[in-house]
Design a protein around this ligand. Structure first.
Ligand code: SF4
Length: 471
């Protein structure tokens, strides 16, 4: 029976429906873990809230936009700076955080006036910035503050500004995934079509579901430039607000993260007839395949082959150096959702690394279908995993390295297991050819790091080899 009840879950047996062990010869469609469902009482979820999905993953990445969080100050802190999204305008988005800082009296008497004052204050303080996202949070949604009415009033008084309202409080869904969905759909319905871009190429795309983590977007932009493809909008890495208002003009939607942004690609197809093409941007084989697919769409295959050949010549020897040393490594991935299926096969094909356990915070059924199809027998797949399950699975599969975010990463460090920040990267970018060499380097460095052993050592009454060597 491939659904697994872990020892730590014996008091919450429903958790067995969320944990799958891939077995040779089984029809995986009979055993997909339940996902995108409410967290079971009794389990301590590591999920984020729906507001977090909208703000941290998508909106907060924009380079020229004030992100006004209408709520208590804590909602702002948790969605600020846990990822690094550089921009080419001096990282405006990472320097500031804006909140209406709601207190008890605003909850009792209403927060609309405070929101209006905060919006005006932010625009006055930053006269060069003319765009803003306003987010509701749980308390302001519960008291029924009409943020759209406030935004409309400010826009009528300040005709040079534009404001987008994201009404997705933390409780709106079972995880951060709901926030991705709400932002995608509201954006296309309210803002796309408002700006006409300048077309400079015969080949135009939107690159959707890439958030420029440590420069991913900027690295891939060098490929689009070399291919002569104009990116009308990046959704949303290093993007400007108005670029996203002109998404209706692209000939093709190229989708990287289908989980967080497939919705807008589908709507662009429905409303504007723009086709959708999904690619994987992590890994040599996948990146090459993605470039080939995009170039085939436009009939510019030779340009694609030239770029791939140049990149292979430059980076493949370095990748092979790491592959030789990483071959046979057992890897666990504890991230949000899509990276499980982006990475599981690419690390196997390109680095000889076997993924032995994976946990997803907000993946849906199709994410599990994809990752299980790409993964190997003997691997655990977990939906909405908790800390105790993490410890037990680690004991079962004994990974050599774990890719996860900084929160679980702290636990991993205490277990003295090599850890790489798979959420925001150690030293990215990780996408593209050069990026995958960076990923391999960080995996190798994590495994080979001598400090890991040193950190676990008790030196009371003794000396480390380093101290002895220093004498
Ligand atoms: S769950 Fe609600 S109150 Fe908590 S951070 Fe999210 S929006 Fe704020």
């Amino acid at each position: 029976m491939p659904m697994v009840l872990l020892e730590c879950d014996k008091d919450i047996p429903e958790r067995s429906k969320h944990i799958y062990l891939k077995v040779e010869g089984e029809d995986q469609r009979d055993f997909l873990p339940i996902s995108n469902a409410a967290t079971i009482p009794g389990t301590l979820s590591e999920r984020g809230c729906a507001f977090c999905g909208a703000k941290l993953v998508i909106g907060g990445v924009l380079k020229d936009t004030i992100q006004m969080i209408h709520g208590p100050i804590g909602c702002a802190y948790d969605t600020w700076h846990t990822k690094r999204y550089p921009t080419d305008n001096g990282h405006f988005n990472m320097k500031y955080v804006w909140s209406t800082d709601m207190k008890e009296s605003h909850i009792v008497f209403g927060g609309e006036k405070r929101l209006e004052k905060s919006i005006n204050e932010a625009f006055d303080e930053m006269p060069d910035i003319k765009r803003m996202f306003v987010y509701t949070t749980c308390p302001t949604a519960l008291i029924g503050d009409d943020i759209k009415a406030v935004a409309k009033k400010v826009m009528s008084e300040r005709p040079d500004v534009d404001i987008f309202c994201c009404e997705c409080p933390g409780f709106a869904g079972v995880s951060q995934s709901k926030g991705h969905h709400v932002l995608n759909i509201n954006w296309i319905n309210e803002k796309v079509g408002a700006v006409e871009p300048e077309i400079t190429s015969d080949y135009t795309i939107n690159f959707i579901g890439d958030y420029n983590i440590q420069g991913d977007t900027q690295l891939l932009q060098t490929y689009w430039d070399r291919l002569g493809i104009q990116v009308i909008a990046h959704f949303t890495g290093n993007a400007a607000y108005d670029e996203l208002r002109s998404m209706h003009k692209a000939q093709l939607n190229v989708v990287n993260c289908a989980r967080s942004a497939g919705y807008i690609a589908n709507e662009l197809k429905k409303q504007y007839g723009i086709p959708r093409l999904d690619i994987d941007s992590w890994g040599f084989s996948y990146m090459a395949e993605g470039i080939r697919k995009v170039c085939a769409f436009f009939g510019i295959e030779e340009r694609g082959e030239k770029l791939i050949a140049e990149e292979y010549a430059k980076w493949k020897p370095q990748l092979d150096w790491y592959k030789e040393r990483l071959q046979g490594t057992k890897m666990a991935i504890w991230t949000g959702g899509p990276r499980l299926w982006h990475w599981t096969k690419s690390v196997e094909d390109d680095l000889g690394v076997q993924v032995v356990a994976m946990s997803s915070k907000f993946g849906h059924q199709e994410d599990f279908e994809k990752v299980i199809a790409r993964g190997q027998a003997g691997t655990y797949y977990i939906d909405d995993g908790n800390e105790l399950e993490f410890f037990e699975i680690i004991d079962l599969v004994k990974p050599d390295v774990i890719f996860t975010g900084p929160r679980v990463g702290e636990l991993v460090k205490k277990l003295h297991i090599p850890y790489v920040n798979g959420h925001a990267y150690h030293n990215g970018p990780y996408m593209g050819f050069e990026g995958f060499v960076n990923l391999a380097r960080d995996m190798y460095n994590a495994k080979a790091n001598p400090l890991l052993k040193l950190a676990a050592k008790d030196i009371r009454g003794g000396k480390t080899q380093f101290m002895e060597a220093a004498e």
